[in-house]
Design a protein around this ligand. Structure first.
Ligand code: GLU
Length: 477
């Protein structure tokens, strides 16, 4: 086969659904794996749905995630333009060719007539009414300015079969196919027409897209056949579900790349997770860098069955990527999260050190560290730790000594604070763990916190530390 050419053909809706991003990713990975080309085409023929900034969002997301296209609107290429609205004349030219060969016809039916067609299971199928209009008459009516569309003339008998790499042979009875519109009354092509013309003219020989197009593909194949063009290879991908019954949709709030970034996921984890939504490598590995994905991706690993979007698994993967970030990279990424909330008042490096290994998403930081600013009365049962032999009684005995010891720490840092508490435990002949436990509970009022007493004391500072211990002593009466 000649060089593989795959494409991602999103409509600029202002929203990059993760199903779309998966199509882009798989098409990219497959092309790269075979030294082929990956092309971006913007499908904007539905002018009514135009959204400002939507095209830029697509470019930005693909560049940001490393899904680089070899050809596309902003990078150029030999098969442009890569934006459908700029190819309008091509479509009319090819639709007229189909009219010439009898595979399509002009239709002048009014909306009223179409609305009066019999309703069969909720759909009004076009009845080929205008097919009988002689070509000359149709051309005269068009010249006189009458509104028209061009419809595909579907065969009424026989069946159409094609092979899908994932789903096998797909056969549709031709009688089930409606004479779909190819060119709309505004002169724009429908998606159903434009995708075929563009895929052919752009040399796309492998079409990868969501399963929702599986059953329309016979219609597209009839167009390829009518032009005498080679059909591409088809790879349809399984649906992405929210749960067993519902597709993942915009309404779930988790369905787009942007949503996930806003929730504190890293692009590396998102791409890794999206790769696993409908595909698995032969060795069943789960955490894979972009380079590993490039090496391991294989279309034979694409599954037929729907994949369920599991936010917990994404969070788990995200935590692995967070843990392996350098301290600098973590701090840089965490900065907007820190600067956007109360955490801003603390030493950023200390906050990062405390939290990096203890979060799954960046958004969790705000909640998990709230005790750094919020402190109040708490149940003295929290001092109980059987393993360390600590309880409220022991806390009452040793908290004043802890306070004095910390008051005398000259240079306020984790190491010195930790050293002072350990020293105190020896002086008091008490378990080190008990002193550290009691100090941490007194400082936070919580059973569990990220970090120990000395790390927390370092962040909140000397005055706050001593004040909190004072309040804890008062509470114990
Ligand atoms: N514009 C279509 C969409 O956004 C593309 C479908 C295809 O890949 O052919 O769903």
């Amino acid at each position: 086969m000649s060089q593989l050419r795959t494409r991602f053909a999103p409509s600029p809706t202002g929203y990059l659904h993760i199903g779309g991003l998966r199509t882009a990713l798989y098409s990219y990975l497959y092309a790269k794996k075979t030294d082929g080309k990956f092309i971006l085409r913007i499908e904007d023929t539905d002018q009514g749905r135009y959204v400002d900034g939507a095209v830029e969002l697509i470019y930005r997301t693909l560049h940001e995630t490393g899904i680089e296209y070899d050809e596309g609107p902003d990078v150029g290429g030999d098969y442009g333009p890569y934006i459908q609205s700029q190819r309008k004349n091509e479509y009319l030219y090819y639709a007229k060719k189909l009219v010439e060969s009898g595979h399509a016809y002009y239709c002048f039916c009014t909306e009223e007539r179409l609305a009066a067609l019999p309703d069969v299971n909720g759909a009004r199928r076009y009845d080929k009414h205008c097919m009988s209009i002689p070509k000359e008459e149709a051309e005269r009516r068009i010249a006189q300015g009458e509104k028209y569309v061009i419809r595909q003339n579907m065969p009424t008998v026989g069946s159409t079969t094609y092979h899908d790499v994932v789903y096998g042979d797909i056969t549709i009875e031709n009688s089930e196919l409606e004479d779909q519109i190819l060119i709309k009354s505004d002169g724009m092509p429908t998606y159903n027409f434009a995708n075929v013309i563009d895929d052919h003219l752009m040399g796309i020989n492998c079409v990868m897209r969501g399963i929702e197009y599986l059953s329309s593909t016979p219609k597209y194949n009839l167009l390829y056949d009518a032009f005498g063009w080679a059909r591409p290879t088809y790879i349809h991908m399984p649906p992405i579900m929210k749960d067993a019954q519902h597709k993942l949709s915009k309404r779930n709030g988790d369905a787009s790349y942007e949503d996930l970034i806003k929730k504190g996921f890293l692009k590396e984890a998102i791409i890794n997770y999206i790769a696993l939504l409908g595909w698995s490598p032969k060795d069943d590995s789960e955490k894979m860098s972009f380079d590993e994905l490039k090496r391991k991706f294989d279309v034979s690993g694409i599954n037929k069955s729907p994949s369920i979007f599991d936010p917990m698994k994404l969070a788990w993967l995200n935590s692995l990527y967070i843990k392996e970030m350098s301290a600098e990279a973590f701090a840089e990424y965490a900065t907007p999260w820190i600067d956007g909330c109360y955490l801003k008042q603390f030493d950023k490096a200390l906050v990062c050190k405390l939290i990096q290994s203890r979060i799954e998403t960046f958004a969790e930081m705000e909640e998990k560290l709230r005790f750094l600013t919020e402190y109040g009365s708490f149940d003295s049962e929290l001092y109980v730790n059987q393993k360390q032999k600590a309880d409220a009684e022991l806390a009452k005995q040793i908290l004043p000594a802890i306070k004095t010891k910390l008051e005398n720490v000259a240079e306020w840092n984790n190491q010195n604070l930790f050293g002072a508490l350990v020293e105190l435990s020896a002086e008091l002949e008490c378990k080190k763990g008990a002193v550290l436990w009691i100090a941490r509970v007194a400082l936070t009022g919580l059973a569990a916190t990220p970090g120990g007493a000395s790390e927390i004391a370092e962040i909140i500072g000397k005055a706050e530390t001593l004040e909190r211990i004072g309040l804890a002593i008062e509470q114990l009466g």
